[in-house]
Design a protein around this ligand. Structure first.
Ligand SMILES: [Zn+2]
Length: 232
């Protein structure tokens, strides 16, 4: 059998500690029961019992730290997380801690794009999915995603233009109830205001401004006309 390269990760050390502790516990258990022979009196049995208790406590705290390492802390509370799926946790525990020592290969993931396995493969968050990718494939995927974002926005629909025209028409309807000077002032004010328009919305906004501009021209013409032909 091929020699497995050591990785010396946290779980490797923890698993080694557990193995040694299990052996020590078995030894201490045996020693605490030995009744006869040199150096085996009540006092030494008591000593071994104390040793056994310490070893069991150490084993429990080692298990606890493995559990914490595997589950991590809750982001909000800072408390150690509890397993959501207890069976999956037990499976993971068995797989990573109590089963055969793992190898570098066990840490490799397969890239979804090029299907090469390597420890460089990571799980990345995309807009609505997680993908396992190697470094070059991840770079390719993100630059493709950026390209998609740079694409020109969907052209505005005729329906949107219609809605904006209608809203301009409604504004004009209200403005027409104003005295002519106020109406002109208000229309000039509306046209002077040039808000930032969402990409793709420019044509609709232009249509909206056209409607206001026409109304302003009409209002000015009306005022001009009234000035020359005063009604009594
Ligand atoms: Zn790849």
């Amino acid at each position: 059998m091929q020699e497995k390269p050591s990785i010396n990760g946290f779980l490797d050390h923890a698993r080694q500690s557990l193995q040694i502790l299990d052996q020590s516990i078995a030894d201490a258990q045996q020693m605490s029961h030995v009744k006869t022979g040199r150096g085996h009196d009540n006092e030494s049995r008591l000593e071994w019992t104390r040793e056994l208790r310490n070893l069991i406590e150490l084993r429990n705290s080692t298990l606890q730290s493995i559990k914490h390492h595997m589950l991590g802390r809750d982001y909000d509370t800072g408390q150690f997380s509890e397993p959501e799926d207890i069976w999956q946790f037990e499976r993971d525990f068995h797989k990573y801690v109590t089963a055969d020592p793992w190898t570098q290969e066990d840490l490799e993931l397969e890239c979804e794009e090029c299907h090469k396995s390597s420890i460089e493969v990571e799980e990345y968050d995309f807009d609505d999915e997680k993908r396992k990718l190697c470094e070059p494939c991840h770079e390719k995927a993100t630059s493709q995603q950026d390209d998609a974002k740079d694409e020109p926005p969907e052209p505005i629909s005729a329906q949107d233009v219609k809605v904006l025209r209608q809203s301009a028409a409604l504004q004009i309807k209200v403005l027409r109830t104003f005295p002519i000077d106020q109406r002109i002032a208000k229309l000039e004010e509306l046209l002077a205001d040039k808000p930032e328009v969402a990409p793709g919305m420019e044509p609709a906004y232009e249509a909206y401004r056209d409607v206001l501009q026409k109304e302003l021209d009409n209002a000015k013409a009306t005022r001009e006309h009234a000035a020359h032909h005063p009604t009594s």
